[in-house]
Ligand binder design. Sequence first.
Ligand SMILES: Cc1cc2nc3c(=O)[nH]c(=O)nc-3n(C[C@H](O)[C@H](O)[C@H](O)COP(=O)(O)O)c2cc1C
Length: 195
Amino acid sequence: MGSPNIKGNTAKLVDAILDGAAENGANKVVYNLASLEIKGCDACRRCQDSGCCLIEDDMQEIYEEIQTADVVVLGSPVYMWQMTAQTKLFVDRLTAFLRPNFSSRLDNKKLILVFSQGTSDRDAFKPYFEYTAGLLYYMGFDVLDMIIAAGTDKLEVSFRPTLLEKAKDLGKLISASNHPGPRCTRLESSLTQSL
Ligand SMILES: Cc1cc2nc3c(=O)[nH]c(=O)nc-3n(C[C@H](O)[C@H](O)[C@H](O)COP(=O)(O)O)c2cc1C
């Protein structure tokens, strides 16, 4: 979870997905990236051959967790038209999963993306979200779905029970045994047309 606001919009959506998964018996582990020590990639490139990043910080535990997790949920608010700086530090460090030929050491790790944004223009950052999903696909993640909460400046996620319920349902769906989950990028506009 990449917002410094650990009880904010992004956190509530991520929690709802994880709560849904937990109802199906999944174990959930949350990392608040903003409160962890995650340094920027220092471009030593020594991870390329070994797959191991040599920077000793909290990212080491997250690498382990990603490798063993069935599903990863990555959430960030939009800051300055992009993911937060804390989330970007995390994403840069995923480079350790790339081999020297840029193939991924991750075997289509299932991923759900969550973004929240102040503006109610649901399409404002659509190209950026799709671009980010493309990047994460390249990094070895199978991006199953994407939840975008738009207009949080006017209406916070905590006042949108339908959206939270949809997020929970998504968590249930992707944790259902042997269910491959949806395979699409679904924006809030299609998830919650009436909100
Ligand atoms: C530094 C900063 C930059 C922001 N930049 C944008 C932006 O470019 N576009 C936007 O729609 N909202 C922007 N916002 C609003 C947040 O995206 C919005 O409030 C979001 O829902 C906050 O999520 P959170 O409650 O999980 O922290 C910005 C907020 C902050 C603090």
